[in-house]
Every structure is written in structure tokens, then in C-alpha cells.
Write a protein that binds this ligand. Structure first.
Ligand code: SF4
Length: 216
């Protein structure tokens, strides 16, 4: 019985999606535990070690209790979980609109087609950027999202170059997400306008509503 399989879960909570295309929508977040990486700007370090095995059937019941269509599987790094594909497939079978937030440092080839991927291309200030898996770019679908976390001007310039070098200038779902409180929003907005970049400036809406409060 696939629903008896477990996934290591850090937390499941109901909040407002603060990022990417569904920003502002009530969403259930399933945060898996554990991540093999250590980005300098990680804001979910508590998920590295805090987690417990939860049956997929129990996860689905909990998600259903919030009575919302949107589900985001996040981490940690969800794709580091053995049974993540089963969880994603089961969510789709239950007719949820499912997005998956992944680091881009793990192969996405096994992610079910119906899942919207939000892939974080690691920028230099993460100190994990040399682990970006380039072949993942060829698996990105038109409705998926590429996110660049911008910690400083060098990250911005690196991201701009990465977009050009990888022929992504026409891809419509690229989000630049400044590290909250590290950069003046007007500064990064000016850079984007000056360079005529075809990207969306992403404000982490949940942080404007609740700050760094956990489970929000
Ligand atoms: S991949 Fe994500 S969860 Fe892992 S360290 Fe980086 S930001 Fe944190």
C-alpha cells in the first residue's frame, strides 16, 4: 500500500503563499525534513534535523483538513526524500494543485509531470552554486518557475549572465528574490529596469505579513 509509506516531515501548515505565481493564495505547505546542502542564506535551518516519519495517508488527511486547493511541498530539500515521488503523485491523484520547491541541486527527472516545479538556481552568495545541475534546465516545463535568490550585486550580475548563457531570456517565469532585508528593493528594481531584464521581482509576501515567524 503506497499510502502506508512514510515521508520525513518537519511541519505541515496553512498559510499565504508568499512566492512565485501563486503568491497571495491560501496554501498548505508540507515541509520535509533534512537537506544535504548548506546555503549561507538558508532560512529553514530548523528543518535540517527536526522531523518525524509520517505516513502518506496521514499527510493527505492533514492537508485535506485545511480545505484548500493549493499545496506546496517544500523543505529542506524534498527531493532528498525516498518516497517523495509517491507523495507528489498521491497529492495529484487527490486533485490538489501541487508545486514543489527544490534547490536545483538534485535531479528533477522523477518529478511527476503534473507538479509545478519552483527551482532555486543557487547564486554565488549561497556558496552552493557550483552544485547547480545544468541538465535540470532541459526538464523545466513552460509553466514551471526558476528562482534566483539575490543576496548582493554580484549575485544579480551572476544571475543575469546565467540567464543569457543558458538561453533563458525568453522564459517567462523567472523570479528574482532579494534576500529579505539585505538589499534595498528600489536598488534591485532599478537594476532590472536598467538592464531590461525579462524577470519578475519577487517580494516574499509572507515575510512582510509575519516576519520570520515559523510555520507562516
Ligand atoms: S537547499 Fe534550501 S533547505 Fe537546503 S540549505 Fe539551501 S536553502 Fe536551505
Amino acid at each position: 500500500m503506497k499510502e502506508e509509506l512514510n515521508v520525513s516531515i518537519n511541519e505541515i501548515f496553512h498559510s499565504i503563499q508568499g512566492e512565485a505565481k501563486n503568491s497571495g493564495k491560501p496554501t498548505v505547505f508540507i515541509r520535509t525534513a533534512g537537506c544535504p546542502f548548506r546555503c549561507t542564506y538558508c532560512d529553514t535551518e530548523y528543518a535540517f534535523t527536526e522531523g518525524k516519519q509520517v505516513k502518506i495517508s496521514e499527510i493527505i488527511s492533514k492537508v485535506k483538513s485545511y480545505d484548500t486547493n493549493y499545496v506546496t511541498v517544500t523543505g529542506g530539500e524534498p527531493l532528498a526524500q525516498t518516497n517523495i515521488k509517491v507523495l507528489l503523485t498521491t497529492l495529484l491523484e487527490n486533485l490538489f494543485k501541487v508545486s514543489l520547491e527544490t534547490s536545483g541541486l538534485v535531479d528533477i527527472c522523477d518529478v511527476p509531470q503534473g507538479v509545478e516545479i519552483v527551482m532555486d538556481i543557487k547564486t554565488p552568495s549561497s556558496k552552493e552554486n557550483d552544485k547547480n545541475i545544468k541538465s535540470n534546465l532541459s526538464l523545466i516545463k513552460n509553466n514551471d518557475v526558476l528562482k534566483f535568490v539575490i543576496g548582493n550585486k554580484s549575485d544579480y550580475e551572476w544571475s543575469k549572465k546565467y540567464i543569457i548563457e543558458n538561453n533563458l531570456t525568453l522564459f517567462k517565469n523567472i523570479y528574482f528574490s532579494p534576500v529579505h532585508e539585505n538589499l534595498e528593493l528600489s536598488e534591485i528594481a532599478d537594476w532590472i529596469l536598467r538592464d531590461r531584464l525579462n524577470v519578475t521581482l519577487q517580494l516574499q509576501l509572507h515575510k512582510y505579513i509575519w516576519g520570520n515567524e515559523r510555520g507562516r
